[in-house]
Design a binder for this molecule. Structure first.
Ligand code: MN
Ligand code: MN
Length: 319
């Protein structure tokens, strides 16, 4: 069960209201890398986890993330306090209220619909979605995703700290950012506490494909590094000469159809066959003007000679 402690995990000291900053901070409240996404990610993983150590860690961190949601939501509420009160009491002129709502940046919705309370939206007003949680119920996969999620949360906090000049908010965001660093370390330890954690899952990779690097983008800009060259890699530079990578195949796609399916397929391909010998007059030919380039029906606006086409186009150019 959950209990609630009325004290925050970190004290929130906001020097003055700032609805625009509140909107930006919503990124870490209801955004993709925000605290609700983190809490739901670890809470659902924890419920499904069978290993007692990981289950305990996931529920600890999930609950801490809810506490971070509480801190960031409290900052948003403080930043919106003035605007919320003046709007709800209509204590300013229409023009001044209009100005206040406009000051909250991209999301007037935050003021009008949510009245300045912390809403489960991101800094652009996009509602929170469970699609932000990408768990697959396999610890060697989910722990890697969690490590990436913590590093994303860290960098978003870093950017928010860089745009904030309020010392109390800077301090609280610095705390939240640092906790993501600590969480990343826990997830890394938990991942490497699983002795064989790579590749993820149980099935081994196919040995002859597992160390191949395919150099598909060739030319100026080719760089060799430990990610594509050296003892670990079998590098493929002659790609057409290597196709297909399987042995004994011809590199085409095939399927075996039933008799009825084959009959229908043959009728369909005959009906939809294109005729490479046809040169039909089309709407583009018939309606061609001087800018049409080469067309089949050159005596209209188009042209059958490239010089004539260029001259016609030139006559259209602005002088
Ligand atoms: Mn957090
Ligand atoms: Mn975290």
């Amino acid at each position: 069960m959950f209990m609630h402690n009325k004290r925050l995990q970190y004290t929130v000291r906001v020097s003055e209201p700032n609805p625009k900053l509140a909107t930006l901070l919503l990124e870490q409240f209801g955004g993709a890398d925000g605290e609700l996404a983190a809490a739901m990610r670890y809470f659902t993983q924890g419920l499904g986890e069978d290993d007692p150590g990981r289950k305990d860690m996931l529920l600890d961190i999930a609950t801490e993330e809810l506490s971070h949601l509480e801190v960031i939501g409290s900052i948003v509420a403080m930043l919106n306090k003035g605007a919320k009160a003046t709007l709800s009491e209509a204590q300013k002129s229409e023009a001044e209220l209009y100005q206040t709502i406009g000051a909250s940046g991209t999301s007037a919705k935050e003021s009008l619909l949510f009245g300045g309370g912390p809403a489960l939206i991101d800094s652009a007003g996009v509602p929170w979605t469970a699609a932000y949680v990408d768990s697959r119920s396999e610890p060697t996969v989910d722990l890697r995703s969690n490590i990436a999620a913590e590093s994303r949360a860290k960098i978003v906090y870093e950017r928010l700290i860089n745009i904030t000049d309020d010392p109390g908010i800077k301090e609280a965001l610095g705390f939240l950012m640092t906790r993501e660093v600590a969480h990343q370390k826990s997830f890394e330890k938990a991942l490497y506490s699983i002795e064989d954690n790579f590749p993820p899952g149980k099935l081994p990779g196919i040995a002859k494909f597992a160390s191949v690097y395919v150099n598909t983008s060739q030319g100026v800009g080719d760089v060799e590094g430990p990610w594509n060259s050296g003892e670990q890699w079998q590098r493929v530079d002659d790609i057409p000469g290597s196709l297909p990578f399987d042995e004994g195949g011809d590199g085409t796609a095939s399927v075996t159809l039933s008799g009825d399916e084959k009959d229908a397929y043959d009728r369909m391909t005959v009906r939809l066959a294109s005729d490479p010998a046809a040169d039909p007059l089309t709407g583009a030919d018939l309606g061609a003007g001087p800018g049409a380039g080469l067309t089949t029906n050159g005596d209209k606006g188009g042209a059958t000679d490239i010089k004539e086409a260029a001259a016609k186009a030139d006559a259209l150019a602005p002088r």
